[in-house]
Design a binder for this molecule. Structure first.
Ligand code: PMP
Length: 437
């Protein structure tokens, strides 16, 4: 449950509270009229963006914001190599996977080359939600089970089944009847054993109710739970537990995938795991909606023999061309190495700042994925202070957000092209803000 943020999220705009210019006030009203009540805007004073370039975003007044939060524009906003590939393919042919076309196969082969040999099929979707929804159906078909295990503040997507496996959506969404929630990993002496004990308890509870486990699904950096990355390998006992109970392990790589951890292309590799299925999304198309599910062949046999799969836009020729261009940038610009090097400097800089600023509590980080706890003077989680920092940084031209069940974790997740200079800029602005909250 997202305590304190039912149906909303940390740092959401609240009508009447911000400091909006009249033209943006009018836009907010237009949004409410046209889009209805379920949408949320970031920040007390929402940002009205019109342009992006690399790690920078620009608002209507031309003010620049350092994007320190965007794992979609992973190779940088509007990367010319990606934009050119999208434009080129849209001008030639834009259709789906029911016609023979080399583009989707070239991409599939190039993508699968980044996976262990066991994970040898890929199916395409448009969103991470659809990828997880497909994994949900395949897991049920393969295992004959119906029980799914997720962490307490997990987010896996928006379809009916997957929203029902996303407790971070809060009180407005019912969890699925066969979904069991386990405590998120905790930093400490025995992260792996503790996490596995939660999974085992959930399995036993399911079995007592006659529910056969189908799968454990986790975001391998636990981003919505507050970012839990270490020690590498801690996930292994939990995965052994679900397998021993006949269930599958699904690695949700929508957040850490495509090199963000700096240690490997995929978060599960840091844990020395071999998932049955891997869901991909966000950074895959750098803004173009392309996502997918990578699968071990024996896992899809049952589903493939009974169901046929078609997703009109999933893996269309433009999606494939765009995603291939993104992969080329990740490879050619060595963005995984950049994530590792710049991420290490980023973590070091934050630890340095923490010496002078008691508000900075524990930092959990891997590559360019950082979760910085914000605490009060007694060292307790402080969501109010975290929200102040997020909103003050926005005024200073830096975009981040807060996450975790208590909303007190700064989620820092910049595009992978982030540089050492960008880190210095961020730390300078954060220091300014910390001196004022
Ligand atoms: N899984 C995780 C871990 C995510 O963070 C998200 C999106 N925030 C999704 C799945 C769903 O992806 P999409 O929004 O593309 O449906």
């Amino acid at each position: 449950m997202t305590q304190g943020f039912p149906g909303t999220m940390p740092n959401a705009y609240q009508p009447g509270k911000g400091n909006l210019p009249p033209e943006d006030e009018a836009l907010v009203a237009r949004r409410a009229r046209a889009l209805g009540p379920a949408y949320r805007l970031f920040y007390e004073t929402p940002v009205h963006l019109v342009r992006g370039d690399g790690v920078w975003l620009y608002d209507t007044a031309g003010k620049a914001y350092l994007d320190t939060y965007n794992n979609v524009a992973s190779v940088g906003h509007c990367h010319p190599h990606v934009v050119a590939a999208t434009a080129r393919q849209s001008a030639i042919f834009a259709s789906h996977t029911r016609y023979l076309h080399e583009g989707v196969l070239t991409y599939a082969e190039r993508l699968l080359a980044h996976f262990p040999a066991e994970l040898s099929h890929v199916m395409f979707t448009c969103t991470g939600s659809e990828a997880n929804d497909l994994a949900f159906r395949i897991a049920r078909a393969h295992t004959g089970g119906t029980g799914f295990i997720v962490t307490e503040n997990a987010y896996h997507g928006v379809t009916y089944a997957i929203a029902g496996m996303s407790p971070s959506l809060g009180a407005g969404v019912d969890l699925g009847e066969h979904v069991r929630v386990v405590p998120a990993p905790r930093s400490g002496a025995d992260t792996g054993a503790e996490f596995a004990a939660g999974v085992q308890a959930a399995i036993r509870e399911m079995q007592r109710h006659g529910i056969k486990p189908a799968a454990l699904i986790v975001d391998t950096v636990f981003s919505s739970d507050g970012v839990f990355t270490d020690p590498a390998g801690f996930l292994q006992p939990a995965v052994q537990a679900i397998r021993a109970a006949g269930g599958l392990f699904i690695a949700d790589e929508v957040q850490p995938g495509f090199g963000r951890t700096g240690a490997a292309m995929w978060g599960f590799q840091r844990h020395g795991l071999m998932p049955d299925m891997v869901s991909l999304g966000k950074p895959m198309g750098n803004g173009y909606p392309v996502a997918g599910l990578v699968i071990q062949p024996q896992v899809i046999e049952a589903f493939g023999s009974k169901a046929r799969y078609f997703n009109t836009f999933g893996g269309n020729a433009v999606a494939a061309a765009t995603a291939l261009a993104v992969l080329e940038v990740v490879e050619n610009e060595q963005l995984m190495d950049n994530a590792r090097n710049v991420g290490a400097a980023f973590a070091e800089g934050l630890r340095g700042l923490a010496k002078d600023h008691a508000a900075l509590g524990e930092l959990r980080a891997v590559g360019l994925f950082l979760g910085q706890d914000i605490v009060d003077d007694a060292g307790q989680p402080d969501a109010t202070r975290a929200s102040q920092i997020v909103n003050r940084l926005r005024e200073e031209g830096v975009l981040i957000s807060a996450t975790g069940p208590k909303g007190h974790v700064l989620k820092i997740r910049p595009p992978l092209v982030f540089s050492h200079d960008n880190v210095a800029f961020f730390l300078d602005r954060l220091e300014r803000v910390l001196s004022s909250v």
